[in-house]
Design a protein around this ligand. Structure first.
Ligand SMILES: NC(=O)c1ccc[n+]([C@@H]2O[C@H](COP(=O)([O-])OP(=O)(O)OC[C@H]3O[C@@H](n4cnc5c(N)ncnc54)[C@H](O)[C@@H]3O)[C@@H](O)[C@H]2O)c1
Length: 259
């Protein structure tokens, strides 16, 4: 008796023939999203400053029979972002999904402990440039291709901190609030062309062990899969009527009591 090979019944191949650019694909939610898009048939462009991590991830996707292109990129450079878009179209012919996932809290990433008043200018700039300006650059750069195609989806990663704020996390909160606003205006801009934009705002996610210490009313942090499954749902045709909205995955943290 012949055994069926992939796709397994668990993966409906929602993204066959689709092309997805994923930023922050070197680790955490970006990496997992890229792997899951590929698992469901998408051709994936992996973008990150961590060249080794995306090279390894692309190789693994290819070894599993998928198509992937790793492009080491600092999303703070508009020129670099434009080149990613040009290479993606050159290689795969189209862009159906842009997942703006690269980002992070500048206090952690820039090794800048303390509060807002203790931040270096470098950390402030990193917080805005990676969390906010990079997604604007990428959205701007992919839009002409999506308009030409009369279709596409942009997924932006914000945070519960962009909804309710966070003591000390002033720059991160400001950048993530901006992402929620960016999503609304992108949705209105893209709608006449069949382009959707959606925002996902997680509370603590276990991409790092330390996130387990951040409380939610549900008593735990989210698993990375709980977030990426929703990112993939929003990217799919099942979510064809969802655009412009922000979706909290935070175990009711934004409802108060744990700020
Ligand atoms: N993990 C959480 O608890 C949590 C909660 C809320 C929101 N988020 C958001 O989700 C997204 C992913 O979080 P994560 O936990 O997977 O983070 P992560 O640190 O695991 O991954 C972020 C990736 O972005 C890449 N990156 C950093 N600077 C870059 C740059 N200039 N250009 C290109 N790539 C760059 C890093 O190399 C890294 O691979 C972020 O936007 C984050 O703010 C995460």
């Amino acid at each position: 008796m012949e055994h069926s090979t992939s796709p397994t019944p668990h993966f409906p191949m929602r993204f066959k023939q689709k092309v997805a650019i994923v930023t922050g694909a070197g680790s955490g939610l970006g990496l997992l999203s890229a792997q899951q898009y590929a698992h469901e048939g998408a051709k994936v462009v992996l973008v990150d400053v961590n060249a080794d991590a995306i090279a390894t991830a692309a190789e693994e996707i290819q070894q599993a029979g998928g198509e992937a292109l790793a492009i080491p990129t600092d999303i703070r450079s508009y020129e670099a972002v434009s080149q990613v878009v040009a290479r993606s179209v050159e290689t795969f012919g189209r862009i159906d999904i842009l997942a703006n996932i690269a980002g992070g809290n500048p206090h952690r990433v820039c090794n800048c402990p303390g509060g807002f008043e203790d931040m270096t200018q470098e950390a402030i700039d990193w917080g805005i440039d990676v969390n906010f300006t990079g997604p604007i650059y990428f959205s701007h750069a992919v839009l002409p291709t999506m308009i030409k195609q009369q279709g596409g989806v942009i997924i932006n990663l914000a945070s519960v901190g962009g909804v309710v704020g966070g003591a000390g996390a002033v720059v991160y909160g400001a950048a993530k609030s901006g992402i929620i606003g960016l999503t609304k205006s992108l949705a209105l801009t893209g709608a006449p062309h069949g382009i959707r934009a959606c925002c996902v705002s997680p509370g603590p996610v276990l991409t790092r062990e330390a996130m387990a210490n951040i409380k939610t009313p549900l008593g735990r942090a989210a698993t990375p899969e709980e977030v990426t499954k929703f990112i993939l749902y929003l990217s799919s045709e099942d979510a064809a009527m969802i655009s412009g909205s922000n979706h909290l995955i935070d175990g009711a943290r934004a409802c108060g009591g744990y700020r």
